[in-house]
Design a protein around this ligand. Structure first.
Ligand code: PMP
Length: 301
């Protein structure tokens, strides 16, 4: 595979990064995750919301004093070029990262150490189930004032990994984090939506979660295209237990229905009508079947 590292496209086996990097030793960096979908013609690959992903990476990098070397345009074109160089004609995931490449002691953030890395892999499904059982994690989400989830921080995913591990060990598919204040934050790599009395609900990004691109896109699709009502407000733990429908969303998860929370069935345990509609519409949009949402897609070929 071709990857991008430090201003060059190199073969993955030739890429070198010191074991001493602050990126590895202290988790100093931030990343993004972008998806490309194989279009219905079986040839074209459509990258979903590339501009929004690169803008978010730029903002994350700004918070961490690690500006994207070369700026926004370099990251944007490196992502497209990586897909082209690898001759991708399938569903694909691309991971841009901005990390501290300094190989020195002490956790120090310096603008001049910022390095841009882009790699890619085929990805069909991130969650390999049609509907999942989730739990509320005993781990709390790292507060914005500690390790800001908003930055999609490399080191911050230890928090996600601990919650996932606990969930799997207890027989669940995924974990939902609460904030330190006990309100619903997000999953280990997904946002949370509930349906209650026909309305959609989701907590704002001030609940220590990422400013999600899938989440924002779903809000736009639901309210502008599907005529659904949406309410953004903090959500309490027990609201999860009485939701009529619930789903998680994200670049990896796409739209993943939730069957149960802490062993309580969501609705009757089936996939609810609003979740099903959003799931289908989302698939239509990302595959380029919805004319008005084509502006969200960047064709590769
Ligand atoms: N929360 C976290 C912690 C994530 O890592 C992700 C995946 N990027 C999401 C939510 C979903 O965000 P997005 O829709 O922007 O991929």
């Amino acid at each position: 595979m071709w990857i991008y590292l430090n201003g060059e496209f190199v073969r993955e086996e030739d890429a070198k990064l010191s074991v001493r990097t602050r990126a590895l030793n202290y988790g100093l960096g931030c990343f993004g995750g972008v998806r490309g979908y194989l279009a219905d013609d079986g040839e074209q690959v459509l990258v979903f919301r590339l501009d929004a992903h690169v803008r978010r990476l730029e903002r994350s990098a700004k918070i961490l004093y690690l500006p994207i070397p070369g700026g926004w345009e370099v990251a944007h074109s490196a992502i497209l070029e990586i897909i082209r160089r690898n001759e991708v004609h399938h569903d694909v995931y691309v991971r841009p990262m901005v990390v501290s490449g300094a190989a020195e002691l002490a956790p120090v953030l310096r603008e001049e150490d910022a390095q841009l890395i882009v790699w890619t892999m085929p990805l069909a499904r991130y969650i390999d189930k049609d509907s999942i059982d989730v739990c509320v994690s005993s781990w709390r989400r790292t507060p914005d004032n500690a390790i800001p989830a908003r930055t999609k921080p490399t080191g911050g995913y230890l928090n996600s990994a601990l919650a996932r591990r606990e969930a799997k060990d207890n027989g669940f598919d995924e974990a939902i984090f609460l904030t330190e204040a006990g309100m619903v934050s997000e999953g280990s790599a997904e946002h949370v939506f509930l349906v209650h009395d026909g309305k959609l609900f989701s907590p704002p990004s001030t609940e220590d979660n990422l400013d999600g691109i899938t989440r924002r896109s779903i809000i736009t699709m639901a309210t502008e295209d599907l005529g659904l009502s949406f309410v953004e407000r903090p959500i309490g733990r027990t609201e999860l237990y009485v939701a009529d429908e619930m789903f998680l969303c994200g670049t990896g998860a796409q739209v993943t229905p939730v069957r149960s929370v802490d062993r309580r069935l969501v609705g009757d345990g089936g996939i609810g009508p609003i979740t099903r509609r959003i799931h289908q519409y989302f698939q239509d949009v990302v595959h380029g079947r919805v004319e008005k949402r084509r502006e969200w897609l960047t064709p590769i070929w």
